[in-house]
Design a protein around this ligand. Structure first.
Ligand SMILES: C[S@@+](CC[C@H](N)C(=O)[O-])C[C@H]1O[C@@H](n2cnc3c(N)ncnc32)[C@H](O)[C@@H]1O
Length: 208
């Protein structure tokens, strides 16, 4: 059997021990998520193992064949952790443009190493929906200065375990240096800001 598409997932995630399955499971335990949007996903299909409906998005045309393949469909059906059918699709588009999806629809917006998704894709998330974001490109910082999101929890990875905490949230997003964190600053630098206390991932709730 030709496993070229599964190989892409394995090479990027399984073999690097970077599936982040525990992250999505922990989110599901806490917030009971059905529908997720994953802009800048590349071939990171792990969320569809946990959530029954996921829209993936990236700019690469070649990923259309990956997502349309029987091989990936079968693999998802082997790995999925829920009883129903998985529903997923891929949108090949710059997420800064208007995507052909409903607004106020998703329970979860995923932002991992792919730019300012919290700002560009907020309207697709339900009010009350959850944003999970790391700060690799400064997107957690971007969400932290937005009036549209409320910072509600952090997730930390130790070994393979992802633990969620809602404690001492006021201690996060405090810059080590005396700098003002603005949208312009984050757009210019597009990287992690040096904070006195950090987490693997940050959880926000869309409040408007
Ligand atoms: C470093 S990879 C991260 C992939 C995946 N999120 C993960 O955590 O493994 C960043 C991906 O984001 C995509 N990306 C960056 N900007 C984008 C945009 N404006 N619209 C859609 N995809 C974008 C890139 O094409 C790339 O595949």
């Amino acid at each position: 059997m030709n496993n070229k598409y599964i190989s892409l997932y394995k090479k990027n995630h399984l073999n690097k021990e970077d599936e982040r399955l525990g992250l999505f499971q922990r989110l599901n335990d806490e917030y009971s998520i059905k529908k997720a949007l994953y802009p800048g996903s590349y071939a990171h299909i792990t969320p569809i193992f946990v959530f029954p409906e996921v829209i993936f998005n990236d700019v690469y045309t070649k990923l259309q064949k990956f997502f349309d393949s029987d091989e990936i469909f079968k693999y998802i059906n082997i790995r999925k952790l829920y009883s129903g059918e998985p529903y997923y699709s891929y949108i090949c588009e710059d997420y800064n443009k208007k995507l052909d999806i409903e607004e106020n629809y998703f329970d979860l917006l995923i932002s991992q190493y792919a730019g300012f998704i919290s700002r560009a894709c907020r309207l697709y998330l339900k009010v009350g929906g959850i944003l999970v974001v790391n700060n690799s490109h400064g997107d957690a910082s971007m969400a932290s200065i937005s009036n549209d999101y409320k910072f509600i929890a952090v997730i930390n990875k130790r070994g393979k375990k992802f633990s969620l905490s809602t404690r001492n949230l006021e201690q996060y997003f405090i810059p080590k240096k005396n700098i003002e964190i603005t949208e312009e600053f984050l757009e210019k630098h597009m990287r992690e800001v040096g904070y006195t206390k950090t987490a693997t991932d940050y959880i926000f709730k869309r409040i408007r």
